[in-house]
Write a new protein. Structure first.
Lengths: 111, 112
């Protein structure tokens, strides 16, 4: 299974601060994906990082991947109230590995 | 709007009813997925179709029956459900299996 395990389970920060959440996985992957889920927009794909990449940026998002430690981190800079959501990571292997979401990190941005 | 639509958005059914959930994607993707999301539990992958062939069936009870008649449509046929089947059912699609998935808004199912 490629279940991502997110850490921490919950995080509350002030608006404008940066938020960092982590993900660990157990077996080798070809890519790792981060998703966000909130009540307004449902489950949305944020970013995909391939196993041969160490860092990737998309707007205020920065994702790192350390395949030697089987871990990834998602950094959200200059947080906004709209970033309040649950964040999930999913590792995938282009084979027959099952895609499994973890329980996510619940991020709350305090205005 | 992600290009993946699901109908109905809400469904209440009795345990003896038969109903179907519908998912349609307008993205030209080749893989489609059904997930179940229950309160306080991780998202559970139920079925995956790639190029209209089922590639994953994660020990889902037979009272859930998927159908993928073409690459744009995915159905989940429901019959003799149990109250614990009440959940949000999400459909997703991706260009290829295991790439980034685009999710629909979900169907909120309540079994009475």
């Amino acid at each position: 299974s490629q279940q991502g395990e997110e850490d921490p389970q919950a995080l509350s920060i002030q608006e404008g601060e940066n938020a960092t959440m982590n993900c660990s996985y157990k077996t080798s992957i070809n890519n790792l994906q981060w998703y966000r889920q909130n009540s307004g927009r449902g489950l949305v794909h944020l970013i995909l990082i391939r196993s041969n990449e160490r860092e990737k940026h998309s707007g205020r998002l920065r994702v790192t991947l350390d395949t030697s430690k089987k871990s990834s981190s998602l950094l959200i800079t200059a947080s906004r109230a709209a970033d309040t959501a649950s964040y999930f990571c999913v590792g995938s292997n282009f084979g027959n590995e099952k895609l499994t979401f973890g329980t996510g990190t619940r991020l709350t941005i305090i205005p | 709007e992600t290009g993946v639509t699901q109908t109905p958005r809400h469904l209440v059914m009795g345990m003896t009813n038969k109903k179907s959930l519908k998912c349609e994607q307008h993205l030209g993707h080749n893989a489609m997925y059904w997930y179940k999301q229950s309160a306080k539990k991780p998202l559970e992958l139920m079925f995956v179709y790639s190029l209209e062939e089922r590639v994953e069936n994660n020990s889902v009870p037979s009272r859930f029956s998927p159908e993928c008649p073409n690459s744009s449509h995915l159905f989940l046929h429901l019959h003799t459900l149990q109250p614990e089947d009440s959940a949000l059912y999400l459909c997703a699609s991706s260009q290829e299996y295991a790439l980034e998935q685009y999710f629909g808004p979900g169907t909120r199912l309540t079994v009475t």
